[in-house]
Design a binder for this molecule. Structure first.
Ligand SMILES: [Zn+2]
Length: 307
């Protein structure tokens, strides 16, 4: 299935919109922002309607175009030795894997030295793995599409992930089904919504207001930090919102200088966090409100898999 059809089907499934209404919204979005590609416009329409578009069911045979945020469950068919290569002045390393599923096989190229070290140490041929947040690229050398793994990609041994999640009482994001219940989840921050990082509250009644409180006017307005993000555990994702002190703690994950730089840094998908949160329903969609957030070192995570 084409990515575009898949995206539109996701919006159809998860909202009450008809196909015509979706097309109309995409058209309006492109009129409003002429620089947007159709794909970006579809993503934006999805987000506007509470649908997070991360496809999880890619099969090798679907990888026939350049895709970002590619997730694939596959087996390592062949693990090649890492090679030294000379790149514009400096030496670097590259490693190839051949992976496959029931639909075919594809080459995986790994440039990131940390990922190469991880694969050399933890992964064997025959292992079933989850590749999260990779991208595909056409290679004129092999005349085929390849999966590229960079610093932002996470590799997981599937068996390892399951035993680890159970041992530490982490909830799978897909198991978040009860409103007002507390959950502890662990995952990568794959997106931050940067359009609205502050809300205004009336400190007398505590209500969220646009410009002033209907009852108390603008006497006691206070600005509160609010950061909404997407957390992804490799199998599913959800929106999570951080307020006040928890938002500050979340921002302190990044060593960058100001708010914009921190948000930009964290949104790259490099940060794995543990979040304690409560599930809240907005317009019928459950999302998390964080009570606490802590960074997780995923190098510790992957070394625990050897049992
Ligand atoms: Zn008020």
């Amino acid at each position: 299935m084409e990515v575009e059809d898949w995206s539109i089907n996701q919006i159809l499934e998860k909202t009450k919109l008809t196909k015509e209404q979706i097309e109309e919204k995409i058209k309006k979005k492109i009129e409003e922002f002429p620089a947007l590609t159709r794909e970006a416009a579809i993503r934006s329409v999805a987000t506007d309607n509470g649908v997070i578009l991360i496809r999880r069911d890619y099969k090798v045979s679907d990888i026939t175009e350049e895709l970002n945020h590619l997730n694939l469950r596959c087996k390592i068919v062949r693990k090649f030795e890492a090679k030294e290569v000379n790149l514009r002045g400096g030496k670097s390393k590259v490693m190839n894997l051949m992976v496959g599923d029931e639909t075919g096989q594809i080459r995986v190229v790994i440039w990131d030295t940390n990922r190469i070290a991880e694969i050399e140490k933890d992964f064997r041929e025959g292992d079933e793995i989850l590749i999260i947040n990779a991208y595909s690229k056409f290679s004129s050398f092999s005349n085929n599409f390849e999966i590229n793994i960079g610093a932002n990609t996470l590799l997981k041994l599937i068996a390892h992930k399951e035993t680890h999640a159970e041992a530490d009482n982490y909830a799978r994001i897909s198991q978040i089904t009860e409103e007002n219940k507390s959950y502890k989840v662990r995952g990568f921050i794959t997106r931050i919504f940067t359009n609205n990082t502050f809300i205004i509250r009336c400190s007398i009644c505590g209500k969220r207001v646009d410009e002033k409180c209907d009852i108390h006017g603008d006497k006691a307005l206070s600005k509160t930090l609010m950061i909404s993000a997407v957390i992804d555990d490799g199998l599913s994702s959800t929106k999570v919102t951080f307020f006040d002190r928890v938002a500050e703690k979340f921002l302190s994950l990044s060593k960058e200088g100001d708010l914009r730089q921190k948000l930009n840094d964290i949104s790259f998908g490099l940060y794995q966090v543990e979040v304690e949160a409560v599930a809240k329903s907005f317009n019928g969609i459950l999302s998390l409100t964080a009570r606490d957030v802590k960074p997780v070192d995923y190098s510790v995570d992957s070394s625990k898999g050897e049992t």
